[in-house]
Design a protein around this ligand. Sequence first.
Ligand code: AMP
Length: 310
Amino acid sequence: MHSTGYPPPETEHPGTYDPRTDYPDAMRICETIEDMRAACRAARRGGKRLGFVPTMGALHEGHLSLVRAARASCDIVTASIFVNPTQFGPNEDLAKYPRTFERDRKLLEKEGVELLFAPSVEEMYPVGAAAWVTVEELSDKLDGRSRPGHFRGVTTVVAKLFHIVEPDAAFFGQKDAAQVAVIRRMARDLNFFLEIVACPIVREADGLAMSSRNAYLDPQQRKQALVLYRSLMRVQKLADAGELNAAKLAAAAREEVAGENSVRLDYLEIVDPDTLDSVEDVANGALVAVAAFVGTARLIDNILLPKTAG
Ligand code: AMP
């Protein structure tokens, strides 16, 4: 149990509970769907705008940037911490995925998050759960191609979270660019009435994209991991100098990654950010996305090239 016991049961304050003003320093933690749903509904009363930041915990500045974006545009901010088993493949890192709940809780409380949803796996997936949400085709591109079933797990859990929280806006990181495309499509196609907000990638001072999986890197691998960012910067530089041909840009980036022997490239692709289909040139803007294994850690990064003028 990690419930704080705050605020007191709603029956003591029927219909008047506002977590921000009534309990300014307390973040309420809900472990059950029923509690979370009731707390979210109460929080939205009176037309308050509810922002939602779903996470798998092991929080870093990237996650906190989403919380701050939510804080800036919403009246009430809620987050979730749930390491979702259905988005991990059988040979992936579910068992060893970092879990740092107490630290995460404090960080979110410090950011002024009012409500935290931290359900168990059994709560989210009761015995016999058999329904899935799938975005076809898009889910088989980029990370979806390398990680079969990954996006089906993501869209299923995000759809469930959206139903439970009923947010007005949900905040995702551009770091997971394919995830943003898949979730946007799900929300559009299944009529989820909420705004999907994509927030910029937060990086370490040397350019490495922040990731909970960076914790797997030893100091040498941490240096080697910088090749992902370097490969993207090489594309950026060439594009800035007028190179629009996607194949040439991709070749230059792949060459950069190949220069770091111990890093194994998974994919380097230049695609349309909405359809995730390859583009021939980047004149209309493009997503340059890379994934690579550094040791056992699979890291991803990307940049968005803007539409060129004219
Ligand atoms: P995760 O806990 O890895 O599922 O990530 C939760 C959310 O944080 C997702 O929307 C991610 O895209 C986002 N996120 C993770 N790393 C970063 C980062 N470096 N910058 C911005 N957002 C991030």
